[in-house]
Write a protein that binds this ligand. Structure first.
Ligand SMILES: NC(=O)c1ccc[n+]([C@@H]2O[C@H](COP(=O)([O-])OP(=O)(O)OC[C@H]3O[C@@H](n4cnc5c(N)ncnc54)[C@H](OP(=O)(O)O)[C@@H]3O)[C@@H](O)[C@H]2O)c1
Length: 318
């Protein structure tokens, strides 16, 4: 237990919270000191996920931060719920590294934007104290578009499908298992917050339409791009090979990834490079697990960078 960084998690009952609990438990340098959930307060954390014996869920109130001053705290809360906690940290524990999984700080210049494979340096993730974790679709889409950015002639179009865990645990049509059975549900055809997030951070307009599929997790993004000058399939794949050569969580392959290939894995798979006869229209596919590279794994990568640890510490690559 010595020399480990203390970490708290607020929003520990949720889908991403449970994945984060597993990753913290297997991380050699992190020690969970509190996990907060209003619904599970008083229950042993180890009843729902691996956790230190005897640790009980605490109520998710900003007051709990006066008692705990962890080195790191992850906020895995719905959008627009984080501010009271962020304010309480500023009052009680300003040195704590905060990782926010919601969209609340993804457009805030006072927060680093934590998609490490693309922005570790430009966002100064090493040593950062406030990190906005990217959205799940936004992660897949940016990884898929970034290597072709300089070649784009117009806004790329992203057709994204996600498992229903992407909609969180609050009941809605997007996580209604009965309605989703043998179904595919489009929503937010224009103006989804991830469309703004992708465009903002790539510095290029992108069109994005999300859909929910009936499985629990998994994202597949199909990206159409038009190029300023003809590209061959080989040139296109080389752009991706070079961009991700040093990044162990990103697999670049010739074959087209399918949704199931990425379910349960820590990283993302990019492949299926295809180009029209005139070389001006290209398609690429990206697959990831929305709860892992799309959320929990990325949060741990960001913590590792903020602490100056190996970026893959506590993350198994499979
Ligand atoms: N699911 C994904 O694939 C995914 C991927 C990337 C990012 N994200 C983002 O990550 C965040 C968490 O997503 P999720 O899917 O884990 O959501 P979720 O399953 O709905 O869990 C939300 C958690 O927040 C707690 N909570 C809800 N409202 C609260 C409030 N007002 N104050 C304190 N606690 C509150 C809930 O527990 P109690 O009600 O028991 O307190 C629960 O633990 C969201 O912002 C989401 O957009 C999700």
């Amino acid at each position: 237990m010595t020399n480990r960084y203390t970490i708290g998690l607020i929003g520990a009952r949720g889908h991403t919270g449970r994945e984060i609990l597993k990753l913290i438990d297997s991380h050699p340098d992190l020690e969970l000191v509190f996990a907060a959930s209003r619904e599970l307060a008083g229950k042993e954390v180890s009843e729902v996920a691996p956790a230190p014996a005897g640790l009980k869920f605490e109520s998710a109130s900003p007051d709990l931060l006066a008692d705990h001053q962890p080195d790191i705290c992850i906020l895995a809360l719905p959008n627009e719920a984080s501010q009271p906690f962020v304010d309480a940290f500023a009052r009680h524990s300003p040195k704590t590294i905060l990782i926010d999984l919601s969209a609340d700080h993804r457009f805030d210049e006072n927060w680093a934007y934590g998609l490490p494979e693309l922005y570790a340096e430009s966002q100064s993730l090493k040593g950062a104290r406030r990190i906005a974790n990217p959205g799940c679709y936004a992660t897949a889409a940016q990884l898929a578009i970034y290597p072709c950015l300089k070649h784009l002639a117009s806004p790329p179009s992203v057709f994204g499908v996600s498992g229903y865990s992407g909609a969180g645990t609050n009941p809605s049509p997007k996580n209604d298992v009965e309605r989703l059975s043998e179904n595919l549900m489009p929503y937010a055809p224009v103006g989804h917050i991830h469309e703004r997030e992708i465009s903002h951070h790539l510095g290029h307009t992108v069109r994005f339409t999300p859909h929910v599929h009936p499985a629990f997790s998994g994202i597949l993004a199909t990206v159409h791009m038009t190029f300023r000058a003809p590209l061959s399939v080989e040139t296109m794949q080389t752009l991706y090979d070079k961009t991700y050569a040093a990044h162990d969580l990103i697999t670049v392959q010739t074959d087209t990834p399918e949704l199931k290939d990425a379910t349960g894995i820590q990283g993302a798979i990019i492949g299926g490079f295809s180009v029209s006869e005139d070389g001006l229209h290209g398609v690429v596919f990206a697959a990831e697990d929305n709860l892992l590279k799309g959320a929990a794994v990325q949060a741990i990568q960001n913590i590792n960078l903020a602490l100056g640890l190996d970026i893959l510490s506590g993350i198994k690559t499979i």
